[in-house]
Design a protein around this ligand. Structure first.
Ligand code: SAH
Ligand code: SF4
Ligand code: F3S
Length: 426
């Protein structure tokens, strides 16, 4: 069978698609790059907001109209299987049943919403999109139950992979020429807690950075109050570990944080950020904010603006609140902030964020930075610094190469460096 994948959502979904492709390829199926060449389209879906969910239905509608066979996986498949069953799709696989992809594609399974996630380990074949950078899931699910969020319902309870299995995967990646690894989890800093054997993200990073071949390790997403002192220490200590923490605050108002069931106050959040800035040289912080959560008033929003100004994120995702079926917020709180207010709050936040990014970028002009090349497009190569800033260089440089460049300019969040390399490693 020739299969085309359309993947929505977060990095975890991207990686799940890589795993499903690997399993299909191993079973003798072909993964194609063009929808026209396929016998079947797998839509790997995201349900985080109503908009992401609706995108899925409209794509399935269009595909069916065009005569395509469609299979659905991911968070909409797990959370909205009943609705999907009216769409005449070939199969529906839940987020923890990706191991069933081969039987589903072969027509042997119509629906699988079971938890088979422990079938996936370092021995599972993976067809990765990139040759030098690899995603590695280390913990599935989420136990936090933020009141707005559908993820605990679509991804299930937290389950960490054994440390030895993750390390095995890193060793194999190094042998296969990979230069960067990103450890993934909805709460990456919860990694290991359920294993009750002393495993932690700090320990994993410390062991991993000693493996020859991989030059950089990233980790996301962090839950503010779960970031341990050990983790901060390890990040500060080892040069191969990324200095970027992606720590969504969601709001800067204690009243709203409480209603969101986020288990920290704005003061605690700012304290963690300060600790990172103090203990990790060259650190950078990324984040997410939801605007227009039920009852968010102007004062609450001003507190969020103030928090954003204090933290000085290098990157910030701002989303309007969207009620998700089954969540506490959708059941018990009225979505009472009008859409135009959500929109105004979004643009005010984005405006402030842009000026912060501009200042942070300006401070880098004429400075030398070390980047690892991640991709090339036309005559430009793009690389990342250890603190997660994108730098464009106007020449073709092989992926995975580490170079030192001088920053000359910036535009729309990307820094530009001249092609004159200061020196070459790798
Ligand atoms: N585990 C991560 C985030 C996972 S979801 C964390 O704890 O922060 C990714 C982002 O989607 C969230 O950070 C949040 O900003 C956004 N999001 C989740 N549910 C949402 C909702 N109902 N409406 C709007 N944005 C939402
Ligand atoms: Fe969703 Fe909260 Fe879990 Fe993040 S921590 S995935 S926002 S429930
Ligand atoms: Fe979306 Fe599911 Fe990821 S809801 S953000 S694909 S965990």
């Amino acid at each position: 069978m020739k299969v085309f994948f359309k993947t929505y959502g977060c990095q975890m979904n991207i990686h799940d698609s890589e795993i499903m492709k690997g399993l299909l390829k191993e079973a003798g199926h072909e993964i194609v790059d063009k929808i026209e060449d396929s016998d079947l389209v797998v839509v790997n879906t995201c349900a985080v907001r109503r908009k992401s969910e609706n995108k899925v239905y409209s794509l399935i509608g269009r595909l069916k109209k065009g005569g395509h066979k469609v299979g659905v996986t991911g968070c909409v498949a797990q959370g909205m299987s009943e609705k999907l069953s009216n769409y005449g799709v070939e199969f529906i696989l839940g987020t923890r049943a990706i191991g069933s992809i081969v039987s589903a594609v072969e027509g042997l399974k119509k629906i699988d919403l079971e938890d088979r996630i422990s079938e996936i380990d370092s021995q599972t074949p993976v067809l990765r999109n990139q040759k030098k950078h690899a995603w590695v899931n280390i913990i599935a699910g989420c136990d936090k139950f933020c009141t707005y969020c559908i993820v605990p319902y679509t991804r299930g309870r937290e389950l960490s992979r054994p440390l030895s299995d993750v390390i095995n995967e890193v060793i194999m990646l190094a042998k296969n020429g990979y230069k960067q690894v990103t450890f993934l989890g909805q709460n990456v800093d919860s990694y290991g807690k359920d294993l009750k054997d002393g495993t932690s993200l700090a320990k994993l990073l410390e062991l991993s950075q000693a493996i020859d071949g991989i030059e950089r390790f990233w980790f996301l997403t962090s839950y503010p109050s779960d970031i341990s002192s050990d983790l901060i220490k390890v990040v500060g200590k080892y040069p191969k570990i990324s200095k970027n923490f992606h720590i969504p605050a969601q709001s800067g108002s204690n009243r709203i944080l409480k209603k969101m069931n986020r288990r920290y106050t704005r003061e605690e959040y700012l304290e963690i950020v300060e600790k990172i800035k103090k203990e990790v040289e060259n650190s950078s912080i990324g984040g997410d904010i939801i605007v227009g959560f039920p009852d968010e008033n102007d004062d609450d929003f001003e507190e969020t603006l103030d928090l954003v100004k204090r933290v000085r994120y290098i990157r910030l995702n701002v989303a309007p609140y969207s009620p998700r079926p089954g969540t506490v917020a959708a059941k018990y709180y009225e979505d009472n902030v009008p859409f135009n207010v959500k929109k105004t709050r979004m643009s005010r936040l984005n405006e402030i964020q842009h000026s912060i990014e501009k200042e942070l970028n300006e401070a880098l002009i004429n400075k030398e930075v070390e980047i690892m090349i991640e991709n090339t497009a036309r005559k430009v190569s793009y690389g990342r610094t250890i603190d997660n800033r994108m730098v464009a260089v106007d020449e073709i440089i092989p992926e995975g190469e580490m170079i030192r460049v001088r920053i000359e300019d910036f535009k729309f969040g990307t820094l530009y460096a001249s092609s004159r390399r200061v020196s070459i490693f790798a």
